[in-house]
Every structure is written in C-alpha cells, then in structure tokens.
Design a protein around this ligand. Structure first.
Ligand SMILES: [Zn+2]
Length: 159
C-alpha cells in the first residue's frame, strides 16, 4: 500500500515509508518559505499528508484538485511558490535535523518537481481536497508550521 502524488497519469507513487520521508522534507521547506494566505493553505495540504493522523496509505493528492487561484496571475504565483518549495527541499533544507538518512528523498522531490512544472493550473478542477484554512501557528519544538487549527502539533510531534 502507498500513496500517489501527481497530476492525472503523471504521478509519483510512494510507499508509506517513502511518503513519510517526502512529507518530512516538504514540511521543512514549506515552513521556511510560506508567506501569503495561499502558501499557508498549501502548507495545510502538506500537513494533511501526515499518515499518523490520516492513516497509513490514506494520503496523496492530485494537482488538478487544488484551488490554484481565480486569475492567471494568482495561479502563476501559486505554482511558482510550490516550485520554490521543491527547489529548497532538493537543496536538503534542514535535512541534518532528521533523525534518519533520507537516501531517496532527493529523487522523490525532483520527480515531483517535474510533475508540477509540467502541470498547467488552468486545467485544475478544484474540489474540497485543498484546505480552506491556512496553517496559523508554529510548532515551537520543531520550528515548522503546526497542524493547527486542524490538530495539535506538527508531523514530527506525531512520531
Ligand atoms: Zn512538532
């Protein structure tokens, strides 16, 4: 069992263990870069990929289900933000703080970046998969965005 992250048939399939690593490195990167409301909604989407809270094998998302914005400018800014997050993750942002070696994580991030780069947000047909409420608070212990108001703590708290 695993989880799928992608856009239609262009997807990244990860085992549950691979997913946990992917979500850890995305959490570290998105927490460093999130500025505006859309960024914090994307951070909430990343938090929703926490299998300790959602169930193992019960996460994943399709880029076409996300609300990328009402105008082409908004959609371009949103896509640029996601690519920036993936670029930071590919540069191993704060990976030295992980309590394990993530030998495959860079490959996951680079593959997902290709999928996002090839995706046109104008083709999205948003559903309720994209969280409306941005993440509001930091986990002081782990210095990343906390899952509040969805739940207490961050993905690292839930280990
Ligand atoms: Zn935490």
């Amino acid at each position: 069992m695993g989880n799928v992250f992608g856009a239609g048939d262009d997807d990244l399939y990860l085992s549950n263990g691979g997913t946990a690593v992917f979500v850890d490195v995305l959490t570290l990167a998105v927490s460093a870069l999130a500025g505006g409301p859309w960024d914090h909604r994307f951070a909430a989407l990343v938090a929703m990929q926490d299998q300790s809270m959602m169930g193992r094998g019960a996460v994943g998302f399709d880029l076409a289900d996300l609300d990328w914005g009402a105008t082409s400018e908004e959609r371009a800014a949103a896509k640029a933000f996601v690519l920036k997050v993936l670029d930071l993750a590919a540069r191993r942002h704060r990976w030295e703080e992980l309590d394990y070696e993530p030998p495959f994580a860079e490959g996951y991030v680079r593959r997902f970046r290709e999928i996002v780069a090839a995706f046109d947000p104008a083709d999205a047909d948003p559903d309720d998969a994209f969280p409306d409420t941005p993440l509001m608070a930091c986990c002081v212990r782990h210095r990343v965005l906390s899952g509040l108001p969805y739940w207490e703590g961050c993905v690292f708290c839930h280990r």
